[in-house]
Design a protein around this ligand. Sequence first.
Ligand code: NAD
Length: 333
Amino acid sequence: MKVAVFSTKPYDRRFLSAANTASHQLLFLEAPLNDMTAALAQGYEAVCVFVNDCLDRVVLEQLAAQGTRLIALRCAGFNNVDLKVAAALGMTVARVPAYSPYAVSEHTVGLILTLNRRLHRAYARVREGNFALQGLLGFDLHGRTVGVVGTGNIGLLVCKAMAGFGCRVLAYDVRQNPDCVGEYVDLPTLWAESDIITLHCPLLPSTHHLISTDTITQMKPGVMLINTSRGGLVDTRAVIEGLKSGRIAYLGLDVYEQEADLFFEDLSDQMIKDDVFERLLTFPNVVITGHQAFFTQEALTNIAETTFANINAFSEGKTIASNLVTAERVVRA
Ligand code: NAD
């Protein structure tokens, strides 16, 4: 089958080529998929896309008209695909539901530890010959309360890890998981009682700006907020106000609502035009990574293998039901 692979980086090429055991014809494109680039997939039955590729109505209609039948997402999230339009056009949308929940949960714990012990500041200080401890004071995680929103593959592991530090773990999910070591509570309780809040639910209409002025007001003064899920879960302007007032004392982000204009590219010799993002970078108690939580060898191997399992199945007239994303599934979530 002919597969157009958008937003390709050298590491994508390496891991996807290794997993292409059925020798599909791959076209590696550095460009992201959008209305300007969709024409590059002319005659390709499948497109392979990542988190910031745009699959809105315009793009999907163009792809369908050009012969694309399969959208193979090489990620778990699917908020960038208009699933109703894809279904109406008879397109199959398959994703990689779980590739390494360890990668993302471990990065989440890394952000918590970095912010608490100010490792980002300590690193810079020591390199400058500054060994003063003033401003680096942390707190014991042991005995603190951690609120985990979303207890699927990743959230479940975060609950376990934080319980391992001796934290009290509160959890919230629309569907409770019997394997969760946390105590399920409602969201107002989680906001009010948590010292650390970490988000692991998908971005859906119901979770858009879950973190808002209203919810921040319900949080403990001095709360640590972590988002390694999707940028749209957080109203960034509300969070900036929370940081300025001190209600939020630590912020760790691996995702950002407008990240499509920034992340995954080297922009170090350019002016960043996103003033909201630049304001975030001025706070000493904010650590941002550029959507790298998933980025481990194991995760890239699993992503590539599952992506090709989806492509192989489709090319044989089959599907892997558990990897399909449908509009009904989103409504249920
Ligand atoms: P998952 O599907 O296993 O779990 C998501 C959980 O969220 C489910 O238990 C679901 O019931 C719950 N949920 C749905 N709606 C909710 C709501 N309104 N409130 C609370 N919980 C709700 O997904 P996962 O593999 O654990 O991934 C979680 C998220 O992490 C993904 O949706 C994706 O956006 C993000 N992610 C980020 C990276 C990264 O590199 N930063 C990598 C992979 C996934």
